[in-house]
Ligand binder design. Structure first.
Ligand code: FUC
Length: 749
């Protein structure tokens, strides 16, 4: 909601459970804040606290059995193929590493026996600060929390309105894992916890807390820090692991010694300046009804679920998607994992790692459009680290050059198959899809230096595929073995299975990757002979085909699908995030994509948050604003938790990111040289304004619309080039942009 304080999530009661707590983060460090008056819990994360070390899990028998697996698939003996692949291709062991919590910081407050009044808990999206306020008797208590990227620390400011009214005990708590760590006092008013993350080759971690106390006293007793009679206290918390530092405890202590000298107001100012340098680039206004502003976020979400329109809540949700990326993915951190950075479980769902057959990619769909390109960098770093293990996997499992990855990776950039779950595990397209993010980053930013630096990575992913592709009877180049993540097909003879030849998604990803490599090579004026090889292969890839129901075929043959409402809609990759299927250029394929979507939805599709978010993007690309809007509504109504986290279930952050992308995609779409404004505007968004959305080709756009017509547009160019701009109410405008210049267009122009 907006009010004088700007966009925020707010609540009139403390969090009862984790899905009500509010997240803060600076990419590497994160916390979930419960806001409980007497017994506060801050659940902490550091992005490199993972169980176990790196391993080579590649199955040494994969290559020897590859011809047999291919032959069985070719003969339609799917059961046998799956049985053999499950033995010969599965990783050894079958699971990658998993992400762990750092622990909790527990604060127990004294003098909190009287009833709590005037309680407020809020996440201020404008400044990246979480606040809690309440009154007990005559005393007002306030807390401010933020995770500072410049400071690389979590900062908590506790204060009381009456001098000396603040007394509390603090301690670290790792629940039943407490055997793994030890806490000691540090300096006169601090605690240092250290321990081992567990597992062979696992790293060690440390978390250090220090208090800066105004009035009152502070000492440590055993594992506790005790503050008595203070007026305000600044708690500083730093943490790290041996993933990055030889001695993370010393590193954290040095950091806190430095931060301890800096007054709180300055720490806060440094944080907000840094945070706002990203967040404030973009603004969205939809027709908002200020009469909802007196209602807390959870109440508004409930009303939304009951059918009430609330565009203010949608604008909050959009900005929250940007907030969460800023908080979970900053240069130098690991990429946002399945839960961003926020995980309280020692055995989290899907290991809280990186699922790269849709989820990790979705995490970054809005990075470019929503003006957070720097936050994309951690993904690029992980891709670089995957090259070496990915080469070993390519060579040892498939006898191919280049680098590959399957449907998951972890902190160690592991590329061998994950799980023995045939619908997902044996799919070697993970690296190829990820590499398209490098190309998207270039398409938006037009940074030739970046392209030159990353070209070899794109190329190496393509080289793997040149080797991996096999020729089918009609001379087409197809993947085998592969799957269409994670759906099952039925053979005419009654056999069903998942392993296949030439899943449509594979051909679409490979087509996009080869085209990206070709364009990159041309731009950089290098690699002419490789380009010739790519062009020849590109011409032999299967093209999207229309099947018996008028749908886009999910497999090379028009098989019947076992689950028509399946959450994965992989064969529409070419519609989004790819662009080979386009409402205007390929109307027949677009109509078939619509049929695919309708069939998926009629079959009960969209039942996970991320699937629903993907559907929003599909409808936006089909330029159907009403359908896109209906699915945004469903995302919030059915798949959103009280703290606005996406609910798979359980919490999985991809839906937040995919949902924010979808909203942006309804308002602006682009190709190099073409920008469409309001391509999928629902009637409910009859007026509004946007500032700071980005378009491919190096453009940033601000625009305003009323009565569903564009009134003004401002385009700022970061590079030069010819561009065509279209939108309702805007006579199609063409202009030759010059780097560094801003252009204005409106109804009158
Ligand atoms: C894929 C999806 C699941 C889940 C998991 C993390 O396997 O099919 O729905 O999102 O990743």
């Amino acid at each position: 909601m907006t009010n004088a304080a700007g966009r925020r999530l707010w609540y009139a009661q403390p969090a009862q459970e984790w899905n009500e707590a509010l997240p803060i983060g600076c990419g590497r460090l994160g916390a979930m804040i419960f806001g409980r008056p007497a017994e506060e819990r801050l659940q902490l994360n550091e992005d490199s606290v993972w169980y176990g070390g790196p391993r080579d899990r590649n199955n040494p028998d994969a290559l020897a059995y590859l011809p047999a697996v291919r032959q069985l698939i070719g003969e339609g003996r799917l059961r046998e193929a799956e049985e053999l692949a499950s033995m010969s291709m599965a990783g050894m062991p079958e699971a990658q590493r998993h992400y762990l919590p750092l622990g909790d910081l527990r604060l127990s407050f004294g003098g909190h026996d009287e009833p709590v009044e005037a309680y407020l808990r809020e996440l201020d999206l404008e400044n990246g600060v979480c606040r809690v306020r309440y009154r007990i008797g005559e005393v007002e208590y306030t807390r401010e929390h933020f995770a500072s990227y410049p400071g690389q620390a979590i900062v908590i400011r506790l204060s009381a309105s009456r001098r000396g009214a603040l007394s509390f005990k603090a301690r670290f708590d790792r629940g039943s894992w407490r055997a793994m760590e030890r806490t000691d006092p540090w300096r006169s008013c601090g605690l240092a916890m250290r321990g081992h993350c567990g597992g062979e080759g696992g790293r060690s971690f440390a978390a250090v807390l220090r208090a800066n106390v105004e009035d009152g006293e502070c000492r440590t007793i055993g594992e506790h820090m005790v503050v008595e009679g203070a007026s305000s206290v600044t708690l500083l918390l730093a943490a790290g692991t041996t993933f990055r530092h030889l001695d993370p405890e010393q590193e954290a202590k040095d950091r806190l010694d430095e931060l301890w000298q800096i007054p709180y107001a300055r720490l806060l100012a440094r944080h907000t300046a840094d945070y706002r340098s990203l967040y404030a680039r973009t603004e969205l206004r939809l027709p908002e009804d200020s009469s909802w502003d007196h209602l807390p976020t959870d109440e508004r979400l409930k009303r939304f679920g009951a059918g009430q329109d609330d565009h203010g809540l949608l604008a909050d949700y959009f900005q929250y998607g940007r907030y969460l990326l800023i908080a979970s993915s900053r240069p130098g951190s690991l990429p946002a994992n399945l839960q961003g950075i926020w995980n309280d479980s020692f055995s989290p769902a899907w290991d809280s790692k990186f699922t790269i057959n849709i989820n990790t990619q979705m995490n970054y769909w809005h990075a470019e459009t929503c003006n957070l390109a720097e936050c994309h960098e951690p993904l690029f770093d992980l891709i670089e680290r995957m090259r070496e293990p990915g080469r070993v996997t390519a060579q040892s499992m498939y006898g191919c050059r280049g680098f590959t990855a399957h449907h998951n990776t972890d902190i160690w950039a592991d590329t061998a198959p994950q799980d023995t779950y045939v619908p997902a595990s044996f799919w070697p397209l993970g690296a190829a899809w990820l590499c398209l993010h490098l190309w998207e980053h270039y398409r938006f930013g037009q940074d030739a230096h970046f392209l030159a630096e990353r070209y070899e990575t794109l190329k190496e992913a393509a080289v793997f595929l040149l080797d991996y592709l096999t020729e089918d009877e009609s001379g087409r180049l197809v993947t085998c073995p592969s799957v269409s993540p994670e759906n099952t097909y039925l053979l005419p003879g009654g056999e069903s299975g998942v392993l296949c030849t030439g899943a449509s998604m594979d051909s679409q990803i490979i087509g996009s990757l080869f085209e990206a490599c070709l364009a990159a090579g041309e731009t950089l004026e290098i690699d002419a002979s490789f380009r010739a090889e790519l062009s020849a292969a590109l011409a032999r890839l299967p093209k999207p085909q229309i099947g018996r129901y008028g749908q886009i075929q999910e497999w090379l043959e028009d098989y019947e699908e076992a689950e028509p409402g399946h959450r994965h809609i992989s064969h529409l990759f070419a519609l989004y995030p790819g662009d080979a299927i386009d409402a205007q250029r390929t109307p027949e394929l677009a109509a078939a994509a619509r049929t695919t979507l309708e069939r998926r939805l009629a079959g009960g599709g969209g039942h996970t948050g991320w699937s629903r978010a993907w559907i929003v993007n599909f409808w936006a690309r089909l330029r159907d604003g009403e359908q896109a809007y209906a699915n945004v509504r469903a995302l919030l109504a059915k798949s959103t938790l009280p703290n606005l986290f996406d609910n798979h279930p359980p919490f999985q952050i991809d839906g937040n990111f995919g949902g924010a992308t979808g909203i942006a995609e309804m308002l602006l779409q682009s190709r190099i040289g073409e920008i469409a404004l309001l391509p999928a505007l629902p009637s409910a968004w009859h007026e509004g304004s946007v500032r700071g959305l980005r378009a491919r080709g190096g453009y940033t756009l601000d625009f305003v619309w009323a009565a569903r017509q564009i009134t003004t547009v401002t385009v700022t160019c970061s590079s030069g080039g010819f561009c065509r701009l279209e939108g309702p109410g805007l006579a199609a405008v063409t202009f030759e942009g010059e780097a560094g210049r801003t252009y204005r267009f409106g109804r009158e122009s």
